[in-house]
Design a protein around this ligand. Sequence first.
Ligand code: FMN
Length: 206
Amino acid sequence: MKVILINGSPHEFGCTYTALAELERTLQEEGVETEMIHIGKEPVGGCLGCGYCYAKGKCVQQDMLNDVLEKVLAADGLVLGSPVHYAAIAGQASSFFDRLFFASGGRFANKLGTGVVSCRRGGASAAFDELNKYFTISNMPVISGTYWNQVHGNTPNEVKQDLEGMQNMRALGRNMAWLLKCIEQGKAAGIALPKQEEKIMTNFVR
Ligand SMILES: Cc1cc2nc3c(=O)[nH]c(=O)nc-3n(C[C@H](O)[C@H](O)[C@H](O)COP(=O)(O)O)c2cc1C
C-alpha cells in the first residue's frame, strides 16, 4: 500500500508541507508507504488541450509531470496539497493537477484521494472544493476527516498551532490507511473492483 502526496505550493517546506507531513506521518504509523513530491518553484505549463495524452497516455510537455503520473498510477492513494491563493488553489498547482488528471485518462479510478489546503485566513473551502473535483470526476473514493481539510497559518509554526487543523490531518491519515487495508482484504477475499462502463460523452444538452 503506497500513497503519493503532492505539495503544490512554491514553498517546499512551508505551511502546506507542514499539514501534509502530519498526514504522511500518520499514514506511516499505520504501515502505509508514502512519497511526498514537491512540484517545485519553476513555472508549470497549463494543459494545452492538445489531445497528445489521449493517444500516448502521457503529457506532451517535457517536465516532471510524466514521472509523477507513473508514480501515482503505481500507487493506491493520492493526497493533493495546495496553499490558498485568492480563494483558489495556487496557479502552479492548478496547472499541474489539471495536466496530471487529464493525462491519467481515467486510470486513477479506485485509488483513494484527499485534498488539503493551507490558508492564512479565508477562501479555504472554495479551494478545497476545487481539489475534491479532481477526485469526484475520476471514480476515486474521497477520504474525509473531522472538518473540511484546511489548516490556518502564514508560517509552518503558525500551522502547528492550528491544533484542530493538525488533528484533522491525522484523522485523514488514519481514515485513508483504514480504507486501504479494507480494500486489500477485500481483494484477497475476491471482491472485484467495480466494473467501469465505456465512457459516454454528451457534449451539449439536447
Ligand atoms: C498570491 C497569494 C495569494 C494568497 N491568497 C490568500 C487568500 O486568498 N486567503 C488566505 O487566507 N491566504 C492567502 N494567501 C496566504 C497563503 O495561503 C498562506 O500563507 C499559506 O498558508 C501558505 O502556504 P505555503 O507556505 O505552503 O505556500 C495568499 C498567498 C499568496 C502568495
